[in-house]
Write a protein that binds this ligand. Structure first.
Ligand code: DX5
Ligand code: ZN
Length: 214
């Protein structure tokens, strides 16, 4: 599986050290959580910080925008070095336009669903997206528990992808750890995001290697 550690749980006082650790690790992508205090009840970091992170790594940045009107920031996200731009379905009035604009800007387009948003909302866009991110917690905070209903959503999403001929990857974000990662790999998840399970571990590189080997 591709492991995309969430920098939300990194030590912001020593970001360069944490990114150096991720560079040495088996993580294939780095996940950057942008929160605006409106779409989610928390504020994290923004573009200047992502730009600084991108200078410290060659690994693709997987930028998860938990913000309203993400379409306003497509070129800003691209200019800070993002490879993948994740927008929430719930935040996009014109999702088709936004997905195409993200691709036009040279990034992979990913659409994120909150835990209560059905997979069926993606029926008419699934062949146009590079990835679907299923939130397995309500977005806004690290360290929450995995919502078990996510497994049913993964099954529905796999069916939609198979039936449509889409090449979209499946990413899961929230409460992922070495205990539930094997089951996620077994049900067909391609990418896992993990924040507290990585940065809260005595040996983060070991935790990443364990999940990357699945
Ligand atoms: C939650 C963020 C997640 C978060 C995951 O709103 O989108 O990426 O950092 O953290 P853990 O792995 O601790 O649930
Ligand atoms: Zn995230």
């Amino acid at each position: 599986m591709i492991v995309s550690p969430s920098l939300l749980s990194a030590d912001f006082g020593h970001l360069a050290d944490d990114i150096a650790m991720l560079n040495r690790s088996a993580a294939q992508w780095l996940h950057c959580d942008v929160m605006d205090g409106t779409f989610v009840p928390n504020i994290s970091f923004g573009f200047p910080v992502i730009k600084a992170m991108s200078k410290l790594t060659d690994k693709p940045l997987d930028v998860h925008l938990m913000i309203v009107q993400p379409e306003k920031y497509i070129s800003a996200v691209r200019d800070c070095g993002a490879a993948i731009m994740n927008v929430h379905q719930e935040a996009c009035l014109h999702l088709d336009r936004t997905v195409h604009a993200i691709r036009q800007a040279g990034m992979k387009a990913a659409v994120t669903l909150n835990p209560s948003t059905p997979v069926s909302t993606l029926e008419d866009i699934i062949t146009e997206v590079d990835m679907v991110l299923l939130m397995s917690v309500n977005p806004g905070f690290g360290g929450q528990s995995f919502i078990e209903n996510t497994y049913a959503k993964i099954a529905r999403l796999r069916k939609l992808i198979a039936e449509s001929g889409s090449k979209a990857l499946i990413e899961v974000d929230g409460g992922v750890n070495p205990a539930n990662a094997p089951k996620l790999a077994a049900v067909g998840v391609d990418v896992v995001v993990a924040g507290s399970a990585v940065f809260g571990a005595p040996n983060p590189e070991e935790v990443i290697a364990q999940m990357a080997a699945l």
